[in-house]
Design a protein. Structure first.
Length: 118
């Protein structure tokens, strides 16, 4: 069974830097699951983790201390050292979404991800 993931942004090309190529597969890769701290986000991450693990995808869980600020640099650093991809559990279109988008586009997109992790 193929797992198809979609990019929720309408951005076709980055204004700041070229987009990273998509991974050929997530099987055998490590995916960071970032809970931004919104209500019921943990339930979404719980279910996603079960589905990913059943398909041979290794996951690591992370949680922001608050949804109103960007992720601490320590979390971002750990993700860049140990994971190949990131899924951010967003639950609305408010400021928490803006902070998470900032984390992704500014910090993670410029990071060097590992060849092998987890």
């Amino acid at each position: 069974m193929t797992l198809l993931l979609r990019d929720p942004t309408a951005e076709i090309a980055s204004a700041l830097r070229p987009r990273r190529p998509a991974l050929d597969t997530l099987v055998g890769k490590c995916v960071a699951l970032l809970d931004i701290g919104k209500m019921r986000g943990d339930e979404f991450i719980d279910r996603l983790e079960i589905l990913m693990n059943a398909r041979g995808i290794v996951t690591r869980r992370y949680k922001k201390p608050t949804n109103t600020r960007t992720a601490p640099i320590e979390i971002i650093h750990d993700i860049t050292l140990n994971c190949h991809a990131v899924v951010i559990a967003l639950s609305d279109c408010g400021s928490c979404t803006s902070c998470s988008t900032h984390d992704l586009s500014i910090r993670w997109m410029s990071a060097t991800f590992p060849e092998s992790a987890c």
